[in-house]
Design a protein around this ligand. Structure first.
Ligand SMILES: [Zn+2]
Length: 287
């Protein structure tokens, strides 16, 4: 009797785990790529009534999401794209990120050539054409993994998108409180620039000559473009500090401080970038 109670309890515990994992998989795959087994709650019922065999299939699929073991042969997969034992395509591990996809540390200096090479290699392997004869589960994985790979490559191959992704992934990307707030050291110049822009608009509307107004704007334009280049230089310097911090195993606080610095520079950059774009737009209108 005691043994029976024990067995019932153990089964209940297993069901609870299985249900938890199923709901995780359901939310992770959404409607796009859910395995047929996971799309319906009936899978759960089958797992409960048909006993251990079914249960272990469900659990294997579920554990896969954590990148622990292969969904097909149960060998240790450890987040690999393909099972080292049976070669089957694997789902994306739960805690992965774009850097890990390419087997890279979260460094901001990336060898573009090596990244591209790795991208071509992986996209060849994960391509849906290789899975036309596979079952729906694997076909979906291939689609999902390929589109993920494209996103990852697009993001990592652009230095700005790369740092923004890193900060977002680490929960450190914070836009300026007021998006259009001028950086304090630029206030005066921005004020003057806005005045020149207003003058240009007024002159255009009243049909006056605008040519003599273009000069100051054009010089302000190139001035701000120079500032943009300075900001990029600043950003690159922090990138190098970040990489050095990673390489030397710097503390979490030290890394957070660098990320806050990058975030501030990015906000400043986007402000100046908008300014330059505005002036460009006004100048084109009057050309
Ligand atoms: Zn396997």
């Amino acid at each position: 009797m005691r043994q029976l109670v024990h067995r019932v309890k153990r089964a209940a515990r297993r069901r609870a785990i299985s249900r938890e994992n199923l709901s995780f998989l359901g939310s992770s795959y959404g409607s796009r790529g859910a395995h047929p087994l996971l799309r319906f709650p009936v899978a759960e019922r089958i797992a409960e009534t048909k006993g251990l065999l079914r249960m272990s299939v469900t659990q294997t699929r579920a554990e896969t999401a954590a990148g622990k073991s292969c969904w097909s042969c149960n060998a240790a997969a450890n987040g690999a794209h393909f099972c080292p034992a049976c070669g089957k395509i694997q789902p994306l591990p739960r805690d992965t990120n774009y850097f890990a996809l390419f087997g890279l540390p979260e460094r901001l200096g990336i060898d573009a050539g090596a990244l591209e090479q790795q991208f071509h290699k992986l996209s060849w392997k994960l391509h849906p054409d290789n899975f036309v004869r596979a079952d729906e589960f694997e076909r979906n994985l291939s689609l999902e993994r390929s589109s993920e790979l494209n996103d990852a490559y697009r993001t990592l191959s652009d230095p700005l998108a790369r740092v923004e992704y890193l900060l977002e992934h680490e929960g450190m990307r914070k836009e300026g409180t007021t998006k259009q707030q001028a950086p304090p050291e630029l206030l005066e110049e921005v004020f003057e620039l806005n005045e020149s822009l207003d003058e240009l608009r007024e002159a255009r509307e009243s049909g006056e000559g605008v040519n003599e107004l273009r000069g100051p704007l054009e010089s302000a334009q190139s001035d701000f473009q120079g500032k943009l280049a300075d900001v990029d230089g600043e950003l690159n310097a922090v990138f190098e500090k970040w990489d050095a911090a990673l390489d030397s195993g710097a503390s979490k606080d030290a890394r957070a401080a660098l990320m806050a610095q990058m975030n501030e520079i990015l906000n400043r950059r986007s402000y100046i970038r908008n300014l330059v774009a505005n002036v460009e737009q006004e100048l084109t209108k009057t050309s």
